[in-house]
Design a protein around this ligand. Structure first.
Ligand code: IYR
Length: 231
């Protein structure tokens, strides 16, 4: 051991606060986990939305959950643009359908189209105008701090993915339906929403109530034990 070992943390003096840990009685833990999963199991991707507006404050509260996601170096490398304006929704629909037409008519290999066939999707995306809200989620490659310093971000894709998962789960928990929509490429979102090019569109989340006669494809999930192992 050298005579003088100075750790970075000794110089920087990291401020710490006691963890606010909510202890749950052991007898309750399994029940809570099962209630949560039995609710999440009911989530389906919806492509047929009603025009019914989202009650005030619901989407806002779900976004409060999304931004609590664990993320690289606490730089929070995400940006959420909520679109409720019908003119902007129309512009997004037109641009997305333009890309989707190219995808379905030429870009997508047959193997991909075959995998998509059971879901029954096509280039028409009316839900982008029908649904009361779209959330365009951007992945930030850099962050500008209030003093103007620019720093690169770390694990931004993982971070924004987890945050999006939190958002989808919160919206489902609150009684709303979603669709993770990924027209490709999505650069048009930077132009329409005036976001800098250092922000990469991650996905477009469609949010609202399902249409009263909404149907979803009859698809099956693999049994959990086929996807999970314990050592
Ligand atoms: N973006 C296209 C195609 C599509 C791709 C996958 I992978 C899906 O799971 C569903 C659709 C579309 O939205 O139609």
């Amino acid at each position: 051991m050298p005579l003088l070992t100075i750790f970075f943390s000794d110089i920087l003096e990291i401020s710490k606060a006691p963890l606010n840990f909510w202890e749950i009685p052991e007898s309750e833990m399994k029940r809570r986990a099962q209630i949560f999963s039995s609710h999440l199991i009911q989530r389906r991707s919806v492509r047929d939305f009603s025009e019914r507006p989202i009650p005030k404050g619901v989407l806002e509260a779900c976004l409060e959950s999304a931004v609590t996601a664990p993320n690289g170096a606490n730089l929070q490398p995400w940006h959420f643009s909520v679109i409720r304006d019908s003119k902007i929704k129309k512009a997004i629909r037109e641009a997305a359908e333009e890309e989707e037409k190219k995808f379905y008519n030429s870009r997508a290999p047959n193997e991909w189209l075959d995998s998509l066939a059971p879901i029954g999707t096509n280039a028409k995306k009316p839900f982008l105008e029908t649904a009361p809200a779209l959330v365009a989620i951007f992945q930030k490659s850099e962050i500008t701090s209030p003093d103007g310093t620019v720093s690169r971000t770390y694990y931004s894709k993982e971070s924004v993915g987890i945050s999006t998962g939190f958002l989808i789960s919160s919206l489902h928990h609150a009684g709303l339906a979603t669709l993770t929509h990924t027209p490709s490429p999505m650069k048009f979102l930077n132009e329409i929403l005036a976001r800098p090019l250092s922000e990469k569109p991650f996905l477009l989340l469609v949010v609202g109530f399902p249409a009263p006669d909404c149907h979803v494809p009859n698809i099956h999930r693999l049994p959990t034990e086929k996807m999970v192992e314990f050592h």
